[in-house]
Design a protein. Structure first.
Length: 343
């Protein structure tokens, strides 16, 4: 059997560990593993490379993806689906494993409905795919963002400033919430809950009046104020999946704090550092487990499924269920986090 493997969308720490698990376990079935380069773009252009256990040696701890990635959407290309199926056959593939988030697996779901033998693996630092408790890259991103937030306490305290830290998260605030909690943020703003700028000013002023003359605000890039309700973004340009490139909310919020509360504030955008570099041990192990499960699904001809993590167990769910709706923040967890907002 010949099995293709691709990684699409934003890169995430742990991707190479997942690819390695697929290749090593697939080789034990005597499968030929073919890497599709740069996501769906590679299948449209037949850009591939052969994968072997030897090639994957010493890759599980490395960041990024050795296959490359892109945000190419074949359904935005004229005759895209037809070309995908044509190249799938031309390359002699019997099955395809797609590693990605909402967009990449959304394409995989459409292809599965059209008859392609495809299996999914969940990857997104936003952790917003349904049907799985965790996605590849999430633990590393939380750890990295939490460490950055923690390091800002000393400089914020020294200068009596408010530090507004912008964290990735378009529609789901899992990363901001957990990084904010672990890093000791005093306010956490997420896309699921519109924030009241007046309440923010009140909370900050209360801290300063108590002699706690500094604060850390963790804000998701997709968080929005209750009054306007509009996202704050850097560009009106959209990617192939129709997403506006978000950003700029930390700068806007820090300026507002200085203007309305009279408190010195600075904005920090963590950006791509959140998903760069080596994966944590937890991400490596999780990636290996779901990667191994993916090739098992291929072996058992359980196509249209996504490997997933549920209560610590590795299982699978239909890809269509994983992408049917975004998994948003558990409000009980957010309620607990709010108990620290006036500290």
């Amino acid at each position: 059997m010949k099995v293709g493997v691709l990684t699409g969308g934003g890169d995430a720490p742990g991707l190479n560990a997942a690819i390695r698990a697929i290749v090593v376990k697939g080789s034990s079935y005597d499968y030929h593993l073919l890497g599709i380069k740069n996501g769906w773009a590679g299948l449209l252009k037949k850009h591939t490379q052969s994968l072997s256990p030897e090639l994957m040696e010493d890759t599980w701890f490395k960041g990024g993806t050795l296959l490359g990635t892109s945000r190419t959407n074949p359904y935005k290309e004229e005759g895209g689906e037809k070309e995908i199926f044509h190249n799938f056959k031309k390359l002699g593939l019997d099955a395809l494993i797609a590693i990605g988030g909402e967009d990449t697996l959304g394409v995989a779901n459409k292809l599965a409905k059209s008859g392609m033998a495809v299996v999914g693996v969940p990857k997104t630092i936003d952790n917003d795919l349904s049907g799985t408790d965790y996605c590849i890259g999430f633990d590393t991103a939380v750890s990295r963002a939490a460490e950055a937030i923690g390091e800002l306490h000393s400089t914020a305290r020294s200068h009596h400033r408010v530090m507004v830290v912008e964290i990735m998260g378009r529609h789901a605030g899992w990363l901001t919430l957990q990084a904010g909690l672990a890093g000791g943020a005093h306010l956490i703003l997420i896309p699921e809950v519109a924030f009241d700028i007046k309440e923010i000013m009140k909370t900050l002023k209360n801290r300063y009046e108590k002699g706690l003359s500094y604060a850390i605000v963790a804000v998701a890039e997709g968080a929005k104020p209750a009054a306007e309700g509009d996202l704050i973004f850097q560009s009106a340009e959209k990617d192939a999946f129709g997403h506006v490139r978000l950003g700029g909310i930390a700068q806007a919020l820090s300026s507002s704090i200085e203007e309305k509360a009279g408190i010195e504030a600075r904005s920090i955008v963590l950006g791509h550092i959140q998903r760069g570099g080596r994966p944590t041990a937890a991400d490596r192990i999780m990636a290996m487990r779901v990667g191994a499960k993916a090739i098992e699904l291929v072996h058992d001809k359980m196509f249209g499924q996504m490997a997933s993590v549920k209560e610590g167990r590795i299982t699978s769910v239909p890809i269509k269920d994983a992408v049917s709706e975004l998994k948003t923040v558990d409000m009980e967890l957010y309620k607990m986090a709010k108990s620290f907002f006036k500290a």
